[in-house]
Design a protein around this ligand. Sequence first.
Ligand code: BTN
Length: 258
Amino acid sequence: MDTELIKDWKALVPAGTDAFFVAECGSTNNLATEAGHHGMTGPTWYVAGKQTAGRGRRGREWTSEAGNLFCSYLFKPKEECETITALPFIVALAVRDTLIALGCHPEQIKCKWPNDVLVDERKISGILIESSASSGKKPDFIVIGIGINLTHKPDNSMFPAASLQDTIGSGQLIPDKAFKQLAANLHQRLDNWSGSDMSALVDEWSSCAWGIGARREIRTHNEAFHATVIGLGPDGGLNLRLDDGTSKRLYAGDVFGI
Ligand code: BTN
């Protein structure tokens, strides 16, 4: 990331939001979480040029080569904990908006449950949402970590990976350009979120979801099985039809191609 050209990261985010850039850190989610535990509630972005211990969902590693985008958004929601249910879908749609603004065709970009974003059926972005609630129903703070593969992609990922460079060639591949777009899109989507009825969100996410109607492999922390993906439930769970004809709603796990 060219810190010589872009020194003022605060200029890249919407008014009322703060932003910090570090050339390298372990994990931007850790930076944001530490700030949260010190009583800061944002809204603040933490961006890194490179991560040495990037974290993915379910304890996995997130490959974090310089040239990709690594950022985490610290904020305190107005609504109660239930809002967290909607966040994976709000954030995935904001990432999708961003990739389209950066030059991808809308048809190329699909959302994969719970909060991955795919380009041409390969993962280009991952989202790690973490929160802390010491008491009551309202989180003290939430951290939304987002990684977008701009110029690099991992060779050894569980799900096939892609980068923006693979997709659009050269062009909008500079992390600060992608970040500015993402910060604006997430701000707008969070602002528009009413915090109560998820139905419009479920409809929008479903209209660009990957794998609906298809038989897929499902992996949870303790099992792997095949099921037909029926769609997103009103509470963010994934509705499945198992091979024996029974239904199941999945709340944690991963969906893979067959
Ligand atoms: C996943 O798909 O498993 C989630 C990946 C999330 C990666 C981002 S990169 C910025 C932030 N910092 C981290 O350590 N993780 C998230």
